[in-house]
Design a protein around this ligand. Sequence first.
Ligand code: BES
Ligand code: ZN
Ligand code: ZN
Length: 493
Amino acid sequence: MTSPKMVTSAKFTSFNKNTVYVIPISKKSDKLVIAETPIETSSLATVDLASVGVSVELEALVRLPAPNGATYALVGVGSKKLAIDDFRNLGASIARKLSSFKDVVVGLPTNDAKETAAIFEGAALGLYVHNKYKGLSKGTEIKLQSVTVISSHKPAPAALNEITVLAESVNLTRNLVNTPGRDMFPDSLAKAVQAAAKGTGVTTQIWNEERLAKEGLGGILGVGQGSSRGPRLVKLEYKPKVSKTHLALVGKGITFDTGGLSLKPSISMLGMHYDMTGAASVAAATIAIAKLQLPIRVTAWLCIAENMPSGTAQRPNDVIKARNGMTIEVLNTDAEGRLVLADGLSLASEAKPDYIVDVATLTGAVQIALGNRHAGLMGDQEAVDAVKLAAEDAGELVWQLPLAKELRSLIDSEIADIANVKMGNTAGGTIIGGLFLQEFVGNRAKGESDNIKWAHLDIAATANNDGAAYGVVPKGATGSHVRTLVALAKRIG
Ligand code: BES
Ligand code: ZN
Ligand code: ZN
């Protein structure tokens, strides 16, 4: 999916066929009114807006005929001053709901170039459908080619370029994640990422099973050993000429999570091709950071395996050794994300980066705790604070959970250095995931301090949207928090 052409025009000229003109509707002393708009609306003067179903609710949209065979789209803009997120979400729902038109002309009054840019950003993010697997039945066809915002506040070319890069990287994530496990397996994910990175200034290395064994990556190998399609590690590097900060990103890349021998029930297994979202997200963010030439060094580690039950699969009570030398008793093969990330975090730590952020669809518990729109955020306070601010910049939601110390002893193992779960425990599942991961950051397993600022994002509940599209979020893979990672690179770089 390519983004629509973004055009700003200082004034309204005339109505054209195949074009839809977006008119804001607000409320004034309890009456629906057409808000200030640069578009000619005299032909609407006699329409009783309420009687044709017009509403001021944000994102509500009603179409009416306009002069010259054109169309009006009356769009609710509420009764409060619009925030930047509102412009982004309005841009998205306008583009999505009007994607059957060739041209959309937006008459929302914007007060500065940032608000104009937010409409474009929303449109580029909202205009996504997953059509690839439709056969005889046709999916929604997107005809929209251009979005024109009438405003005297024109974003600079660099701002428009940034929007395009961000939308491309979010849509890359969505495409990778929406691909079923039949087609998306460790080697195909590694190759797809390598192809996407080509020509962007990001270098890639793909480590096969032999190399994984040579490097001592017992977590990734252990999880991957039950599948006929072997595990991989992908290392992405972006090294600009000047940079003061080194950011390491680590992503969980389980291309399908059956649970392994601790098999998931059928209903919970549905959607488990989303379990590589962390890896796809950190890859897409790294590529975006390179395309934007941000002055920050980024190394991304994608920990990729397919978690299958078979005669070669790892068993409950098996003990594996992670890259940092720590032994892990695998009590539940379905808590596999933390096993592959153990290796990724250890590897990432070796270069002593300033920050490590890992991204993973780690626990079902995060949905119980936070619902479907906030990602769980844990880690060192400095890194957590930076991620919080970045998420705000991006208009994405995160919520910090404590790394509650008293829960750590639950994952002591009788026979190894640590266990991957506490069987039968239901308290603080997301936090225990965070406490486990922390052991593999820097020198923490040895009880020594390090200068790495680490944050963990549990995106298990935000990676996929089971419901209808809303704002910039489509159905299916959302690409959530990719823009947060890019915003983080901008802040700390
Ligand atoms: N991939 C799942 C987590 C998940 C659940 C992601 C639902 C998206 C939606 C993860 O590997 C897993 O199975 N975690 C277990 C951990 C438990 C065994 C401690 C879980 O959440 O049940
Ligand atoms: Zn699992
Ligand atoms: Zn998983």
